[in-house]
Design a protein around this ligand. Structure first.
Ligand code: ADP
Ligand code: ZN
Length: 437
């Protein structure tokens, strides 16, 4: 069984990878300078020209691009090739505000699909596999990316898109799907539905899942692995850098390898913009080295994670990023304390055997924040009396306080009362904000 999709690149020595990145960066900066007036202006404002960029050591001299720049440039302002050379448009799912559109030449689509093929291969996929793609198809990059990668690997591809969960399971059984690609929250929902249909993982043939597009915890991984009887691999990406496949997990299931031949990753201090040393937590910044149509340099993702270069037992030398715990803009500030939904997920799933169905409701009454966590009751929680429910709520509240330092009102609710997600889950309802997208 092939272990790597592109062994030469995935296992390349650091020296060779640096040389490759140096060469590509110099070319890419020139391409952007020549073709994207908006970025040229940013470079001029910072007093830097392509002549100043001789290697990746000079990367820090380049200006950052932010999501606001993309919005300002909507739709064509960052395009670096004539529109007639583009063959595809994809768009962000709009989780945080107005959509962003990204353009692809055929070369860009190939490169992206190739990254997804690396991810599928790392999860054990080969041409023998039946790959069920249950990410949404359409403008969202999830469906298109994994679909293309699955074709490249030669899997029998089931372009299911998301939704119609019983039909997903029916096809999974009839066609013996071995790999499932979807968001982790949808995978959890499929697992729940399987059980409700009176079936167990023995009734399906899945061996691997490739789940990403939203933050998910280790506890969620274990829950999904159990409910679907598979090994769950993380995959990371964003529309701005092509889509899923920028980074992917290997058999170690311990962080995602970044496809460094196409993307340079940096970690910066989100407040000062200063580049932080390897191993420090901060905001992930990507520079795309090969993209023709939409080549973003130093794009600030707002995703918070850590990079590490250590050797991986899978043999890959590509740098690894930890699971992002969420975007800086997913972070809630409640009663002055920083809260990531993933911290709450860990407590619920690890200590309380809760299902991954929860919702965080934040509001403001007078001058103070209110913080409520709604959790669905399960049979395992043994809550047959009012007293036992109260006890559980108290215990949960105490555990949350220990982790976050603030108190939350816990509301245990009926099974199935929190909406399920077929795409990216909505975990937070922040009534303090007035959205004006
Ligand atoms: P949107 O910004 O509308 O959500 P995208 O669909 O392009 O648009 O989503 C990209 C974002 O999704 C990333 O910036 C990141 O925050 C999140 N994401 C993608 N994959 C993962 C993952 N494996 N773990 C955590 N977050 C992820
Ligand atoms: Zn590895």
């Amino acid at each position: 069984m092939a272990k790597y999709w592109n062994e030469e690149i995935e296992c390349m020595s650091r020296e060779d990878m640096t040389a490759l990145q140096n060469e590509k960066l110099v070319k890419q900066v020139r391409h952007v300078w020549d073709n994207v007036p908006y970025y040229k202006k940013l470079m001029k404002e910072k007093g830097v020209t392509p002549d100043d960029i001789k290697s990746i050591d000079d990367l820090h001299k380049l200006p950052f691009l932010k999501k606001d720049d993309l919005r300002e440039c909507y739709p064509y302002g960052l395009l670096a090739v004539p529109l007639k050379d583009c063959v595809r448009i994809q768009s962000t799912s709009g989780t945080t505000g107005k959509r962003v559109v990204a353009f692809y030449t055929q070369h860009d689509v190939d490169l992206w699909e190739d990254c997804c093929a690396r991810a599928i291969t790392a999860a054990g996929g080969t041409s023998e596999d039946v790959c069920q793609v249950a990410y949404g198809y359409g403008l969202f990059t999830g469906g298109a990316g994994l679909h293309g990668g699955s074709h490249k690997v030669g899997c029998l591809t089931l372009p299911m898109s998301s939704g119609n969960t019983e039909r997903q399971i029916q096809f999974m059984r009839d066609l013996g799907s071995t790999i499932l690609c979807c968001t982790p929250s949808y995978a959890a929902y499929i697992g729940e539905t399987l059980k409700e249909m009176g079936l167990t993982p023995d009734d399906i043939n899945l061996k691997a899942g490739i789940f990403g597009a939203e933050p998910w915890t280790e506890e969620m991984r274990q829950e999904i692995e159990k409910s679907l009887g598979l090994k769950a691999y993380d995959i990371f990406g964003l529309t701005e850098t092509s889509g899923p496949g920028v980074a992917f997990e290997c058999c170690e299931q311990n962080g995602m390898h970044i496809n460094e031949d196409h993307f340079i990753a940096e970690i910066i201090d989100p407040d000062t913009g200063e580049v932080l040393p390897e191993g420090t937590k901060g905001e992930l910044v990507f520079t795309s080295l090969d993209k023709e149509a939409f080549p973003l340099l130093r794009y600030r993702t707002r995703d918070i994670c850590v990079l590490s270069k250590g050797k991986c037992s899978c043999g890959r030398t590509l740098i690894k990023m930890t699971k992002p715990m969420g975007r800086s803009d997913d972070m809630l500030i409640i009663k002055g304390v920083n809260v990531f939904p993933s911290q709450i997920e860990t407590v619920l799933l690890k200590d309380f055997n809760a299902t991954p169905n929860y919702q965080i409701v934040v509001d403001r009454v007078g001058n103070s924040d209110t913080f409520e966590i709604k959790v669905e009751l399960t049979e395992d929680m043994h809550t047959d009396t009012i007293k036992s429910i109260e006890l559980l709520e108290k215990k949960l509240s105490a555990d949350i306080k220990q982790i976050l330092g603030i108190k939350a009102k816990i509301t245990l609710c009926e099974p199935k009362s929190i909406p399920r997600s077929e795409g990216k889950a909505v975990r937070v309802i922040d009534k303090r904000k007035v959205y004006n997208n």
